[in-house]
Design a protein. Structure first.
Length: 332
């Protein structure tokens, strides 16, 4: 069976070779070869002549003031007619897309209180930068651009950092998250701004943090609202923590001259959770437990009053007071 298959394939191959060896096919191949060759010469000759070709180039508006909004009717592209040899125009077609023409708003002159002018000279200069020296610009449509804009209402709001953070064991945040721009101006319609009192950043997730981190976060702006800054820098202060014990005296600063206040005990122990670098900074003078006399009078029926720190540094994250309440007696 296998020998018969090989024999059939060999017979087919020989028949095909015999067919193409015929004189008429040789003549056809020779004719086609010279036809393609002459077509190639004709095409090369034609491409050496000058032609005109219409191209579309997008416009890109840059450095727009935050309080401005450009009209949706402003042109987004220009139509340019170019003249050059066919080979050069073929290159532009092969290139497919031109780089957008950048229009910098501060460089434009005002036509009115709500419009600017992009001159033909500006468009010529911007387009010419992308062209080969031999290419000439026949026309640009529109020849000049009237750029319309509106001035938005503004409102100063606070920036709220939206950060999810976990630290490795033994480390904690010891201060609030710092924002490079605690307040920013928002721009939009008066109706939209009336309901906005603050703007948060987009959610930033930090895991297993063991040192102070600084990073950039984008503002989570509502639709149709612009901001003077699109991003802010956030600083998260993280450090290794430890505990420190301090013996404190409970103070009542305003005991009337005809009263005697006895506290049991008069001294308490305060255990503070603090950054390791602040260990030496935490002293009894940095803390305070002060209870006004009127509060003792309020708790006179029970003879016991709760205790809390009335002054502490911001980097003291937490504290435990032992005992957390004291007994007292008021005598006249």
């Amino acid at each position: 069976m296998q020998n018969k298959l090989k024999s059939a394939l060999e017979s087919t191959r020989l028949s095909v070779e015999a067919f193409f060896r015929r004189q008429q096919w040789k003549e056809i191949f020779i004719f086609l070869f010279f036809l393609l060759l002459s077509s190639g010469f004709w095409l090369l000759q034609s491409l050496q002549q000058d032609y005109e070709r219409r191209m579309e180039i997008p416009l890109r508006y840059k450095n727009i003031p935050a309080e401005w909004i450009l009209s949706k009717d402003n042109p987004q592209k220009i139509s340019v007619v170019l003249r050059d040899k066919g080979t050069t125009l073929m290159y532009y077609l092969w290139k497919a897309n031109f780089v957008p023409v950048d229009i910098s708003i501060p460089d434009l002159s005002h036509l009115s209180d709500s419009s600017l002018q992009v001159t033909g000279r500006m468009l010529d200069a911007a387009v010419s930068k992308q062209l080969i020296a031999s290419t000439s610009i026949v026309s640009i449509e529109p020849r000049e651009v009237e750029l319309r804009y509106d001035i938005l209402s503004s409102r100063l709001v606070t920036v709220v950092p939206n950060v999810s953070i976990t630290t490795i064991p033994g480390f904690q945040m010891y201060d609030s998250i710092k924002v490079s721009h605690a307040e920013v101006y928002l721009y939009g319609s008066t109706k939209a701004l009336d309901t906005i009192t603050s703007v948060s950043t987009e959610l930033v997730t930090l895991e297993k943090v063991s040192k102070t981190r600084e990073f950039t976060a984008r503002l989570d702006l509502p639709a149709g609202i612009k901001a003077e800054y699109e991003t802010v820098k956030l600083t998260v202060s993280v450090e290794e923590f430890t505990e420190k014990k301090i013996q404190m005296q409970v103070v009542c600063p305003d005991i009337p001259f005809n009263y005697v206040l006895r506290m049991f005990p008069s001294n308490v122990e305060v255990v503070c959770n603090i950054p390791l670098s602040r260990f030496k900074d935490l002293t009894e003078e940095a803390l305070e437990i002060e209870i006004p006399f009127r509060e003792f009078e309020e708790y006179q029926a029970t003879g016991k009053i709760p205790i809390k720190l009335t002054r502490k540094p911001s980097w003291v994250v937490s504290s435990i007071i032992t005992p957390n309440e004291l007994e007292f007696i008021i005598d006249k």
